[in-house]
Design a protein around this ligand. Structure first.
Ligand SMILES: *Cc1c(COP(=O)(O)O)cnc(C)c1O
Length: 424
């Protein structure tokens, strides 16, 4: 299997190379050059996530030195439960992606990436340095996944005062091969420092772990495949998904699972007030803008990079339009959804998940049978948003609670490259 760039004029590469490079040399994103096709019978008698992963991902590993490691990589990446449960009274089921080490769906992609990179790097005497700029969830998931992996160092950069105290703890509690930098600036300054490091031609090997890496997307297709198979076994019908969406990484993985033949019908995107995707689907005009801050902060994206992958798959706008729908949800609606569902059903959503639930409750043509709402984070991660709304302390899941009791290790730096470079 080869992977090619979404932009013309680049040579196709194998999976390991696509993951190591992150971005194609011509600035495009890597996508699979062919699509394996599956039937439900390919997964007969398959029960666990690692088993679904081994079958679904096997074609992508063909012809790569990683191939013999596929079973171990799947076992390491899918080592926590991803339950699908009906929500009493609401009329949908919820797919809970937040039972991993940092309580957000990004744990799946980050753990897969770490499992792959560890195997690509462990013979290399020259250590690899992974740079991650984060506004919260990505950095924690990447730090947790790479912590203790020999031959790989991680440098996480985050904006001072712009991540929640619990998110900050998830970035700074590691030590060892993971270093955290609190940058006196905004997320964009952190990203600029990472770009400057790549441009500086330092005498060390650099890589990145952000969500455009195909190593984070492919494993996400696994939970859509598994959930659709479980739903089929229960009901004999195809599932549809509502996906809280920012940079479109999670949603593209759902689209890919359906494209490979899994029993998935509709894929509905829920965005916050950053509405570039719904506006594009309504008008055909792609108008990226600077992001605006919302309560669902991990979805504050004004120029979603993975749209390039969606447009590569559905080259005609009319085709793309047939395959996804998108709705925007503002902060007032997010607040109301959290308050109402806690009061009426005892269900607590994180602000991102609340956007998807809101779409189900308010868009009549979305509120159909067989809908699965995707829960992207545990509410306890966003206690500063939720606790004032419900006036109750949220119970913290054990994995998260363990991290909150560790010491913090961090370096504060100004937003200039010479300071950061001294630490590289
Ligand atoms: C990252 C994130 C999202 C957005 O996912 P994309 O793949 O960027 O669309 C949604 N919810 C949570 C909790 C996240 O951390």
């Amino acid at each position: 299997m080869k992977f090619h760039s979404t932009r013309p004029g680049d040579t196709p590469v194998t999976l390991g190379e696509a993951i190591t490079r992150g971005l194609a040399a011509n600035g495009g994103l890597f996508v699979p050059s062919t699509w394996p096709q599956f039937n439900r019978s390919d997964f007969a008698r398959v029960e666990t996530l690692p088993e679904v992963a081994r079958i679904l991902l096997a074609p992508f590993f063909e012809g790569d030195s990683l191939q013999p490691h596929l079973p171990d990589i799947c076992a390491e990446s899918f080592s926590f439960p991803i339950p699908l449960r009906p929500v009493d009274g609401k009329g949908f089921s919820i797919l809970e992606l937040f039972h991993g080490p940092t309580a957000a769906f990004k744990d799946v992609g980050a753990r897969f990436l770490a499992a792959v990179m560890h195997r690509l790097e462990h013979d290399n005497s020259d250590p690899l340095t992974i740079l991650v700029a984060t506004s919260g969830d990505t950095g924690g998931a990447v730090a947790a996944a790479f912590h203790g992996r020999s031959g790989i160092e991680v440098k996480v950069l985050y904006p001072a005062g712009m991540v929640s105290p619990r998110q900050e703890k998830q970035l700074t509690c590691w030590g060892g091969n993971v270093a955290a930098f609190r940058v006196d600036g905004a997320f964009d300054d952190c990203q600029a420092l990472v770009k400057q490091a790549f441009a500086a031609g330092l005498d060390r090997r650099l890589s990145s772990a952000n969500s455009i890496n195909i190593g984070r997307l492919l494993p996400q297709s696994v939970y859509y495949a598994a959930a659709s198979l479980w739903h089929w076994r229960e009901t004999g019908q195809s599932a549809s998904f509502i996906v809280p969406t920012g940079n479109l990484g999670n949603a593209v993985a759902a689209v890919w699972a359906r494209h490979m033949g899994l029993p998935i019908e509709r894929i509905v995107l829920a965005t916050n007030a950053n509405r570039v995707i719904p506006d594009f689907l309504a008008t055909g005009d792609w108008q990226p803008v600077p992001s605006i801050a919302t309560l669902a902060s991990a979805m504050d994206v004004g120029d979603p990079s993975n749209m390039e992958r969606l447009r590569d798959l559905y080259k005609e706008f009319a085709t793309l339009r047939q395959h996804v729908d998108a709705y925007t949800v503002n902060d007032d609606c997010i607040r109301k959804q959290i308050v109402d569902d806690y009061r009426d059903y005892g269900e607590l959503w994180c602000p991102h998940t609340a956007t998807a639930v809101h779409v189900f409750d308010n868009e009549t043509d979305v509120a159909t049978d067989n809908m699965i709402v995707v829960a992207t984070a545990h509410p306890a991660k966003f206690e500063t948003v939720i606790e004032p709304l419900i006036d109750t302390a949220i119970e913290i899941p054990p994995a998260l609670s363990r991290l909150l009791h560790l010491d913090s290790h961090l370096v504060s730096i100004p937003a200039d490259f010479s300071s950061f470079a001294r630490h590289l």
